[in-house]
Design a binder for this molecule. Structure first.
Ligand code: ASP
Length: 322
């Protein structure tokens, strides 16, 4: 009898903890689906370092590249839904790829749960310094006159830089050969070396090289000029309106407990409220989401709306994955 009473009260005192209690008690893997040194990798490292401090555990960056990011995203979809393996990605990896890659083995809207929205980045039309043009109009004329000589880098069909190239083709009527890389980090190095001549690349990747005089910028794909690059005209000002912003986000595998998602979300919000991090991102031309936009449900609704919008754009553009 006594034994049973002791056991009953013991059981009551160790009542089942909520799933997220004690989380995280080991490092968290953040899968970056593009090369190290590129814009997604940069954002992941900045977020991971500060989120790790908030949560008291290290973030390990895992660059799993290929197929415009869809291999790395698949790795997270298949991971245990325990908050220890999460996905960073963007408009390309978590939206465009869902329409473009017909044999994708997962559903981007239902096999992942949203953690938070992250900064959005306009694209810059940039060339190597060897290209003998100074304005967007001159560049377009040059491309039209030299259609086979010019190559442009992308991070694969469906990546942000590919969506940028498509917007460029549609707005200008000019074309260039597309060379796929595993991320625009290595691509921009080849642009500096004039192995490729053009990119429509996230400002966080290209702006430091523009400032250093290693490549030339022609236009930003945003409605208004950015304070971080006030001397660079909008594409509309330069004569060819195009607006593309590559927003980013964090996701976890479907089934991840909501209290774990809430902890990750709170750490991400605290990170983007850090004045030093905010200033660093804004200096690279990034627009930061509000805390309300970062809430998981708000981000989930935004993701679904973007998915529907881009499905139509990409189907109308009839983009083929080679
Ligand atoms: N975000 C990619 C990267 O980090 C590039 C892209 O989407 O164009 O390399």
């Amino acid at each position: 009898m006594l034994r049973r009473t002791v056991l009953t009260s013991l059981a009551a005192s160790v009542a089942t903890p909520a799933f997220g209690d004690g989380y995280p008690d080991r490092p968290i893997t953040l899968v970056v689906p593009f090369s190290a040194g590129g814009p997604t990798d940069l954002l992941a490292r900045v977020m991971g370092e500060r989120m790790g401090k908030e949560l008291g555990q290290q973030f390990i960056i895992d660059n799993t590249t290929g197929a415009a990011g869809s291999i790395g995203v698949g790795k997270v979809v298949r991971a245990a839904p325990d908050g220890y393996t999460i996905s960073i990605g963007h408009l390309g990896t978590h939206v465009a790829n869902g329409t473009l890659y017909k044999n994708l083995s997962y559903d981007l809207l239902t096999d992942l749960v949203p953690i938070t929205r992250l900064p959005s980045n306009p694209l810059l039309v940039v060339t190597s310094n060897a290209v003998p043009t100074k304005s967007l109009k001159e560049l377009v004329d040059y491309l039209k006159a030299n259609p086979d000589k010019i190559s442009g880098g992308t991070a694969g069909v469906g990546s942000g830089s590919h969506l940028g190239a498509l917007a460029f083709f549609a707005a200008t009527g000019a074309k260039y050969q597309l060379v796929p890389y595993r991320g625009t980090g290595p691509a921009v190095q080849d642009l500096i070396a004039n192995q490729i001549q053009v990119m429509v690349d996230q400002s966080s990747n290209s702006l430091p090289h523009v400032r250093a005089g290693k490549i030339r910028a022609y236009a930003v794909t945003a409605k208004t000029r950015s304070a971080a690059m006030a001397d660079i005209p909008t594409a509309a000002e330069a004569g060819y309106p195009m607006e593309v912003a590559i927003w980013h986000g964090l996701w976890a595998p479907k089934g991840t407990p909501p209290d774990i998602v809430a902890k990750l979300n709170a750490a991400a919000i605290a990170t983007l409220q850090d004045p030093a991090i905010k200033a660093r991102m804004e200096d690279l031309g990034q627009d930061l989401p509000t805390s309300a936009e970062m809430a998981p449900a708000a981000f989930g609704a935004f993701h679904r709306a973007e998915f529907a919008k881009w499905k139509k754009i990409l189907e109308d553009a009839d983009v083929k994955v080679e």
